[in-house]
Write a new protein. Structure first.
Length: 296
């Protein structure tokens, strides 16, 4: 099953109406309420789900825009004897309706958003609701790493920063032009590795030639695409070198240091990696870290 969901975890969901940001002091108890309301009905346990993003990871007095919860698709399919993603999404939507929670099903993203009551632990959010995003994933372990968001003591930078470095390293790890336009002397076909937030590491053959006209276009398409792995340790070993495990590459700072280290397997590609990462961060609307800016 191919799962498609958010490219990056971002703050402040608005798929359902009348939601507010949740105070960190209310995060733990609200998560427990979510588990009690939904997991038994889904035939799941806590090992089948994983909170993503910043929920429960910010400092006292801070807020998270929404609650992102990765849900194991294989576990639901097995427990509820379902056959498709649409069945899972519709079932979760029905549960939200039964619980009296406003909801929205986004089938193209593999997400059900619901307005969930905040457990008012701190006494400051009575009768408030937060957006809860059920994100249906193939592998909870992989999602917990790929969507990892550091807490306020680990890094000041969002998980997005590390993820963009991952994308840039993957692209330049073995990038090879396989066909050149003889007239323009420009690449028209190439092989490269690709990181998917939802599925893992792939190797693909891409082209910028239109499938219909055979002429160059501004966009690229896959000629072929092969999944390599969704094991976080194997991905990190491939991207950053054999001395690293998934638990060593959780923040931008850790990924950046690994790229700068003497053991980095793609030293000759550092400039290209840093340039691509800088452009990606800017495109996402965030400032470039000073240490990265010095490299470009």
């Amino acid at each position: 099953m191919t799962i498609r969901f958010k490219t990056f975890i971002k703050e402040g969901g608005n798929a359902v109406e009348d939601v507010v940001k949740i105070n960190q002091e209310n995060a733990k108890d609200t998560l427990e309420d979510i588990y009690k309301n939904y997991l038994p009905a889904l035939g799941l346990t806590k090992k089948d789900v994983e909170p993503l993003g910043s929920i429960g990871k910010k400092g006292p007095g801070q807020q998270s825009g929404d609650i992102d919860l990765a849900i194991s698709a294989p576990a639901i399919l097995k427990s509820k004897k379902m056959n498709s993603m649409n069945e899972i999404l519709e079932f979760i939507g029905d549960l939200a309706k039964k619980n009296g929670h406003k909801f929205k099903i986004m089938k193209g993203l593999g997400i059900v958003s619901a307005a969930f009551p905040i457990h008012n632990t701190d006494g400051k959010q009575p009768d408030s609701v937060v957006q809860l995003d059920f994100m249906i994933v193939d592998d909870v372990k992989y999602a917990s790493w790929s969507y990892f968001s550091p807490d306020y003591l680990q890094s000041e930078l969002k998980g997005l920063y590390r993820n963009i470095l991952n994308f840039a390293v993957a692209k330049h790890a073995g990038f090879k032009v396989t066909k050149i336009d003889p007239a323009t002397k420009t690449p028209i076909e190439w092989s490269r590795y690709v990181m998917s937030m939802g599925e893992g590491l792939f190797k693909g053959l891409q082209t910028n030639l239109s499938a219909k006209t055979g002429k160059p276009t501004k966009s690229t398409r896959y000629i072929s695409k092969e999944k390599i792995t969704n094991n976080p340790d194997e991905i990190v070993k491939f991207l950053y070198g054999s001395k690293y495990k998934a638990s060593d590459i959780l923040t931008f700072e850790q990924a950046f240091a690994a790229i700068k280290s003497n053991s980095f397997p793609y030293k000759s590609e550092r400039k290209k990696i840093f340039k691509m990462a800088s452009e990606g961060i800017q495109s996402a609307g965030y400032p470039i870290p000073e240490v990265l800016a010095k490299e470009i």
